[in-house]
Design a protein around this ligand. Structure first.
Ligand code: 5GP
Ligand code: MN
Length: 339
């Protein structure tokens, strides 16, 4: 069941009970592990690190964290990568806390921690969350897992340190497109205001996250955006990040971000799409939409997920095959614009 914080920032009883349980479980556990979703992004990294920092400083527990996938260049300074959980096959945990992850598949290599953990709690804001954990604190109306974590901590009057505030602020700005997406509420802004009062230096974080692109990444980005294919009277724009482009520019595929948002900026575009070549037979699809098209519904058909206006999935096929599959699939949504 979904538990929601309404626009007046009131929590329903189920949410309150789940939060009580969340802290009870922490109190009753000795070995705790915090993880997020595969190919971690700003919300995933910010939330995991904020909760890890909280548990490490507030409790005398054995706490660890894990990220499956390369840490993007702009978040490297947030994490001591030596501490990332490895060799966990035989590890047992009293409590596994999963953040910003809607289903077990998205845990990647850490999926094997599920049967090895006595209790699993998931804190998430994905519309497509499958409620796979023992306790699910899920609210798809909230901007980011970082914001949800803030509400959880505040509900129990927990102290938020400057370090935690920086992590949470990062989670919020990255998942809201700097307070621009429809998931941004007045409460999101109030949370940001509190984080700034704690001492977050917004310009420092902006420089760290957005003004730090490696030249190699920008060159690859330019190649990709100079080859956008448009369909259905420009309602659909698709760009492809091939292994060839990545290698030619000496870039890292996970660092080439922002193309799908760039395509959505085009006036005529209703759905933007980026295809990443994971290997010649596996393509990662990112979808973004404007107005009323719910791309999480499209993603569900391909066993992926996400939000109404930002979702993703994988296709077992080459870039070219995946593009053809998508163009055909999206005719149902965009074909009408063409006629
Ligand atoms: P992105 O396109 O930036 O990778 O992801 C956009 C949104 O869709 C994020 O909320 C992300 O968690 C979700 N998403 C992306 N790829 C997948 C996927 O393969 N499976 C699921 N369930 N969600 C995904
Ligand atoms: Mn998120």
């Amino acid at each position: 069941m979904t538990v929601q914080i309404n626009s007046n920032n009131q929590m329903n009883q189920k949410m309150k009970n789940n939060i009580k349980e969340f802290f009870n479980e922490i109190n009753n556990s000795d070995k705790i592990c915090v993880i997020g979703h595969i190919a971690p992004d700003g919300d995933c990294i910010g939330s995991v690190m904020a909760l890890y920092e909280f548990l490490k400083t507030e409790y005398d527990k054995d706490v660890c964290f894990g990220f499956d996938g390369k840490i993007p260049y702009n978040f490297k300074s947030y994490i001591d990568e030596k501490l990332i959980l490895t060799d966990f096959e035989d590890k047992k945990f009293d409590l596994l806390i999963v953040l910003d992850c809607g289903d077990e598949e998205r845990l990647g290599k850490y999926k094997s921690l599920i049967p090895n953990s006595k209790m699993i709690i998931c804190v998430d804001h994905h519309k497509t969350n499958t409620e796979f954990a023992d306790i699910n604190i899920v609210d798809p109306t909230i901007s980011s897992t970082g914001e949800l974590l803030f509400h959880i901590l505040k509900f129990e009057n927990k102290q938020i340190s400057l370090k935690m505030a920086e992590y949470i602020y990062t989670a919020i700005i990255t998942d809201t497109g700097n307070f621009a997406y429809s998931s941004t509420s007045s409460t999101t802004h109030r949370v940001a205001a509190e984080l700034i009062e704690i001492g977050v230096d917004v310009a420092k974080i902006d420089n760290q996250i957005y003004n730090s692109k490696p030249v190699s990444t920008v060159k690859a980005y330019i190649e990709c955006i100079s080859n956008i294919n448009f369909y259905y009277n420009n309602k659909l724009g698709i760009a492809k990040i091939s292994d060839e482009i990545v290698k030619r520019n000496n870039a890292n595929i996970n660092d080439i971000e922002g193309i799908v948002e760039f395509i959505r900026e085009i006036n005529e575009v209703e759905i933007s799409c980026v295809l990443k070549e994971y290997n010649p037979a596996l393509t990662k699809v990112s979808l973004r939409s404007k107005n009323d098209i719910d791309v999480s519904e499209i993603s569900k058909k391909f066993e992926g997920g996400g939000h109404a206006k930002a979702a993703g999935f994988q296709i077992n096929g080459s870039l070219k095959e995946s593009e053809a599959i998508l163009v055909k699939e999206l005719e149902e949504y965009l074909g009408k614009w063409f006629t």
